[in-house]
Every structure is written in structure tokens, then in C-alpha cells.
Ligand binder design. Structure first.
Ligand code: VGL
Ligand code: ZN
Length: 201
């Protein structure tokens, strides 16, 4: 059992990121049994949930003529335009049916502001609007984080890099993550995480 100061952060294990979902990640469902087993070693467990309003600005469908997975400039920088996914209250936004959600102490939702996307569990994509997770972890005395989930090269990477910058000791357990891998984004994410001081296990 890990000490109370070490939390497991489970990123976006939701139906839309699993096979059959709107933004399916190859093998996204394969990591669920391993994540459930890993939960037994932690006394502090946080789940994140991508939670977009209908018509979110990150959806390609809101940008006439733009193809899903194309990149456009937003006020805060480049933004990938995604297929509609994880719409609040839709089945796609629900956690994978086999994920142990009972074990979670906190479920943190992100991406609910219509004009800003949110990959990281800590900050929206403007890199300044906080989700509140940092305060939650610090007030519980948590200093170490193990991260798993979807997708390695987007939400997991942004969460891990932000956490390392905030001073947490971060490990990403790569065998319990799966990637979208858009134009080499997985290799780039690995490099960025290593450069930020994240341990890849
Ligand atoms: C994610 C793209 C859009 C993720 C969320 O969970 O990695 N990716 N929204
Ligand atoms: Zn999203």
C-alpha cells in the first residue's frame, strides 16, 4: 500500500475514448482491469472526466469547413478540432462500465467552459485557469502522483507535465495508458514528459 501522500490519478477512462466511442483510442478499454487492480494499492484516488457542453468550441462541428483532427488558432494558441465527444450526460461521457468508480475520492470534471478546452487535470488549455485539483491534493498533503489513463499524448501528458511543474513527484505508468498518436504526438509527448522530469514506468 502506498502512503496517504501518494495519489493515483486516473485520466478520462470514458466510453468516448474507448473502442466504439466518438474519439476512440486503440485499446483504450484494455487498460481498465489493470487500473482497477492498481487502485487496491492506493488510499487516495482521483478520477478525471472530460465534460463538454453541447457545441463546445473544440468540436470541429462548430467550425464550418474544418475537418476533425485539424488544428486552428485559438486565443490561447493552437487547438486540435475534435469530433464531438464527452458531451455532458451523454453515454460517451460516462466512465467505462467496468472502471471501479466506487474507489474514487474525487471526480474532477474539465472542459466545461464553452470557449476553452481542457486537457490537463490542473489547468485549462489557456494554461492559467485552474481546475482546483492542485489545491485539493495539497490540502490533503499529497506530494507524489501516479498517472494512468487516456490519452497518453493529450490529457495524460498535459496533466503529468503540469503536475511536475507544480512540484509534484510524478510517475506515468505507460502500460496503463493508450495514445491517440496524431502526427507523431506520442513520441513528442514522451520527450516532453521526460524533459519535465516525469518518470515513465
Ligand atoms: C482528450 C482530446 C480531447 C483526452 C480529451 O482525454 O486525451 N483528448 N479531449
Ligand atoms: Zn475533450
Amino acid at each position: 500500500m502506498h502512503p496517504d501522500t501518494h495519489a493515483l490519478i486516473v485520466i478520462d477512462v470514458q466510453n468516448d475514448f474507448c473502442p466504439g466511442g466518438a474519439l476512440a483510442v486503440d485499446g483504450g478499454d484494455q487498460i481498465v482491469p489493470g487500473i482497477n487492480a492498481l487502485m487496491e494499492d492506493f488510499s487516495a484516488i482521483v478520477l478525471t472526466q472530460d465534460w463538454h457542453p453541447f457545441g463546445h468550441s473544440s468540436f470541429a462541428s462548430e467550425h464550418p469547413g474544418a475537418a476533425p483532427m485539424s488544428v486552428v488558432e485559438f486565443p490561447y494558441g493552437p487547438q486540435v478540432l475534435w469530433p464531438d465527444h464527452c458531451i455532458q450526460s451523454s453515454p460517451g461521457a460516462a466512465f467505462h462500465a467496468d472502471l471501479n468508480t466506487v474507489a474514487a475520492d474525487l471526480i474532477i470534471r474539465k472542459g466545461f467552459r464553452p470557449a476553452i478546452d481542457s486537457y490537463s487535470a490542473f489547468f485549462e488549455n489557456d494554461h492559467e485557469t485552474p481546475t482546483g485539483l492542485e489545491g485539493y491534493l495539497r490540502t490533503r498533503g499529497i506530494m507524489r502522483l501516479t498517472m494512468v489513463g487516456l490519452a497518453t499524448d493529450f490529457c495524460v501528458k498535459f496533466s503529468a507535465v503540469d503536475a511536475a511543474r507544480l512540484g509534484f513527484d510524478v510517475t506515468v505508468q505507460m502500460d496503463l495508458c493508450r495514445a491517440i498518436d496524431l502526427d507523431g504526438s506520442l513520441a513528442a509527448a514522451v520527450d516532453e514528459m521526460k524533459a519535465a522530469g516525469v518518470t515513465l514506468a
